[in-house]
Design a protein around this ligand. Structure first.
Ligand SMILES: [Zn+2]
Length: 84
């Protein structure tokens, strides 16, 4: 996964705010992070994010998960020599 700084910078570029508390909630607790990143549970997690941080944070939450998936895909492709 990309370092948390990447998520903070991307949020700031998009919204003018880093959403630090949100990104730390998503990544910091390793026991919970898998569930929070789980696409099968994204609806429950979106409801929680909306209630705690508001509508704009929902977008930042979904984009955080997307950025992690893209990062992982790129790493896998690089591992197999399919992406430089
Ligand atoms: Zn993450």
């Amino acid at each position: 996964m990309p370092p948390i700084d990447v998520h903070l910078k991307n949020s700031e570029k998009r919204t003018g705010k880093e959403y630090g508390e949100l990104h730390h909630w998503i990544d910091d607790d390793k026991a919970k992070a898998l569930e929070i990143h789980d696409l099968a549970k994204i609806h429950e997690n979106i409801a929680y994010v909306r209630e705690r941080w508001g509508e704009e944070a929902v977008n930042e939450f979904v984009l955080h998960v997307k950025e992690d998936l893209e990062h992982r895909l790129k790493e896998n492709l690089q591992y197999f020599g399919l992406f430089k």
